[in-house]
Design a protein around this ligand. Structure first.
Ligand SMILES: [Mn+2]
Length: 202
């Protein structure tokens, strides 16, 4: 059975192998939060799990990378793959809501994600994380992951971490908000006829 048939609805899959990483990733946009995550970066597994569960995405990731150097290439390349499949899965974008703005709290932390499925890649991250690392995970890779996701998905993505004390909580709020924002922006609005752009194309 093909990956598309397994996933159903709007979906796509990618296989990407370089000298640095070897990644198989599939995404079902019209899913139910079914996840299978096997990457060499445990904290990213945790974040992708939250993203998919709260976005109602079906997400399967198998990723091996040169984490003996550091997590950079693996995190970056998973962001690239997720962006690619999101763009492919949405196809001509007919009938989608296109925009979303979502706040998510995680205890003391508050994150906001504002997205436009625009076909114009742009990324902004505002906020200060108090810690440079969460466990063995380097927090600056959050920027790297989100930026590559926005670039490859060709979306406008603004992420604002309003406040927080615990960096784990703050990053978690970002990934939950990302899931919920992308769920809403990619959802079909029956009032939208065709592509939601005055230009007629996205
Ligand atoms: Mn957690």
């Amino acid at each position: 059975m093909s990956e598309e048939k397994v996933l159903g609805g709007r979906s796509s899959a990618v296989s990407r192998k370089t000298n640095e990483t070897d990644i198989q990733l599939s995404l079902g946009v019209d899913g139910s939060g079914e996840v299978s995550l096997e990457t060499d970066v445990p904290f990213l597994n945790h974040m992708l799990d939250l993203f998919a569960k709260h976005g109602q995405f079906d997400l399967k990731v198998e990723a091996r990378g040169d984490v003996d150097i550091d997590d950079h290439h693996t995190v970056e390349d998973i962001g690239i793959c997720l962006g690619q499949v999101l763009r492919e899965a949405l196809g001509d974008k007919k009938g989608i809501k296109r925009y979303a703005s979502v706040f998510v709290p995680m205890d003391e932390a508050l994150a906001q994600v504002v997205v436009d499925i625009s076909n114009r890649p742009h990324f902004e991250l505002r906020g200060e994380f108090p810690a440079a690392n969460v466990g063995s995970f380097t927090v600056e890779l959050v920027h790297e992951f989100l930026w590559k996701l926005a670039l490859e998905a060709r979306i406008t993505l603004h992420v604002i971490v309003h406040y927080g004390r615990n960096t784990h909580h703050m990053v978690e709020a970002v990934f939950k908000a990302l899931g919920r924002a992308l769920d809403e922006a990619t959802s079909i609005d029956p009032r939208v006829k065709g592509v939601p752009s005055t230009k007629g194309v996205l």
